[in-house]
Design a protein around this ligand. Structure first.
Ligand code: Z5A
Length: 219
C-alpha cells in the first residue's frame, strides 16, 4: 500500500457461486459494527463506464473473444474503477471492500484461459503501479458445488458457460497465489454452511483488525 493511502483495501475472490456477494454483505455489517467507514464495490464494474465494459465482457456472443481483448477490457475497467472509486475512497481513509480484483485476472485469464502471468503482471504494474489489496479472502469450494449454487440462480453468462476444467484451473490458481503470499490471503472453506463461513470471516477480520495499524495514521 502507498504511504499516501490510509484506508484498507479488502478483496474477496473465488469461483462462481462460492458466496462472494452474500458474504460481502456480512463484511459490510461487520465494518459497520466496528465503526469503520467503508464502501463496497465490484469488478469488473464499479463506475458507469466500467459497468458498461462489464456488460460487454459478460454478454454471451457469437463472435469469439480474443484473449488479449478480454484481458485489456478487464484492465481498462480496472483503471477507471481505481481512478474514480478505489483510490479516492482509500485517500479519504475509507476501507474498500471489492468483489473480485486483479487476482481474478490471474485466475480466469491466466489460469483459465492460459494468458501468460508475465503479461498480466505487466498490465498490473501499468494500471495499479504499487497498489495491491491489503487483505484478500479466497472463498474456496469444489468447483461443481459452486457452479451448482450459481446455476440455481440465473442464466449463465459468457464465463459461466465454460467447462468444468476451466474452473478447476481457476480454483488452482487462486489457491497457488494464496499459498505463495500468506500475509495477504486468507482461504475460507466455503463449502460449509453460511453460518460457518461467516464465523470464519468474523474471526479473521477480528484478527486482522487487531494486528493492523488502521486508525493510527489519522489519530
Ligand atoms: N472476471 C474475470 O474473468 N477476470 C477479472 O479480472 C474479473 C472478473 C474481475 C463476473 O464476476 C465474471 O467476471 C466472473 C469472472 C470474470 N465469472 N463469471 N461468471 P462476478 O463475481 O460478478 O460473477 P460470479 O462469480 O458469477 O458471481 P456470482 O455468481 O454472483 O457468485 P457469488 O457472488 O460468489 O455467489 P453468491 O451470489 O453470493 O451465492 C450464490 C448462491 O449460493 C446464492 O443463492 C447464495 O444464497 C448461495 N450461498 C452462498 N453461500 C452459501 C453457503 N455457504 N451455503 C449454501 N448456499 C450458499
Amino acid at each position: 500500500m502507498n504511504s499516501s493511502q490510509i484506508g484498507k483495501f479488502i478483496t474477496i475472490e473465488g469461483v462462481e457461486g462460492v458466496g462472494k456477494t452474500t458474504n460481502i454483505d456480512f463484511i459490510r455489517q461487520w465494518l459497520k459494527q466496528q465503526g469503520i467507514p467503508h464502501i463496497n464495490t465490484r469488478e469488473p464494474g464499479g463506475t458507469p463506464l466500467a459497468e458498461s465494459i462489464r456488460e460487454l465482457l459478460l454478454s454471451p456472443r457469437e463472435e469469439a473473444v480474443d484473449e488479449n481483448t478480454e484481458l485489456l477490457m478487464m484492465f481498462a475497467a480496472r483503471a477507471q474503477h481505481l481512478a474514480q472509486v478505489i483510490k479516492p475512497a482509500l485517500g479519504r481513509g475509507e476501507w474498500v471492500v471489492c468483489d473480485r480484483f486483479t487476482d481474478a485476472t490471474y485466475a480466469y485469464q491466466g489460469g483459465g484461459r492460459g494468458v501468460s502471468m508475465e503479461k498480466i503482471a505487466q498490465l498490473e504494474m501499468l494500471v495499479q503501479d504499487t497498489l495491491r489489496p491489503d487483505l484478500t479472502f479466497v472463498l474456496d469450494i469444489p468447483v461443481d458445488q459452486g457452479l451448482a449454487r450459481a446455476k440455481s440462480r440465473s442464466t449463465p453468462d459468457r464465463f459461466e458457460r465454460e467447462k468444468l476444467a476451466f474452473f478447476d484451473r481457476v480454483r488452482d490458481c487462486y489457491l497457488t497465489r494464496a499459498k505463495a503470499a500468506p500475509d495477504q490471503y486468507r482461504v475460507v472453506d466455503a463449502s460449509q454452511s453460511l453460518e460457518g463461513v461467516q464465523a470464519d470471516l468474523a474471526m479473521l477480520l477480528d484478527q486482522y483488525l487487531s494486528s493492523s495499524s488502521w486508525g493510527q495514521a489519522g489519530e
